[in-house]
Design a protein. Structure first.
Length: 121
């Protein structure tokens, strides 16, 4: 069985710019996914800011954490829901308090994974 490996894509002449946070990387991934759902294709070099990864690399990092049970299904549901809303949960709103806790826990665990791959600073 083949093992999924992270292979850094070749950088352009201008270089790439890593994300400032895992949250920023997540919102970028969701925007890319929305565009893909609308029929668009991701092409290296067409983005305004060259990133050090492909959108699928962020998905694979999350998938690896869920496979190792570092992140639970509740975390993934919150990431997906608020990612598609393009905003983090508001801790001041009573209905979103638990979602905010799960959101923070998910990024506390996803952040180091993305940093190890030089996707996040």
């Amino acid at each position: 069985m083949s093992k999924n490996r992270y292979i850094r894509p070749p950088t352009t002449l201008l270089g790439t710019e890593p994300f400032l946070s895992a949250e920023e990387a997540w919102f970028w991934f969701v925007r890319c996914q929305k565009a893909r759902d609308d029929g668009m294709r991701f092409v290296r070099g067409m983005e305004v800011t060259a990133r050090p990864c492909f959108p699928d690399d962020i998905y694979r990092a999350l998938k690896a954490l869920t496979a190792r049970r570092v992140i639970g299904l509740d975390h993934v549901k919150v990431l997906k829901f608020f990612g598609y809303m393009e905003r983090p949960p508001d801790p001041r709103c009573a209905e979103e308090e638990l979602s905010h806790v799960l959101w923070d826990e998910a990024f506390d665990r996803l952040g180091p994974e993305l940093k190890s791959k030089d996707i996040v600073q």
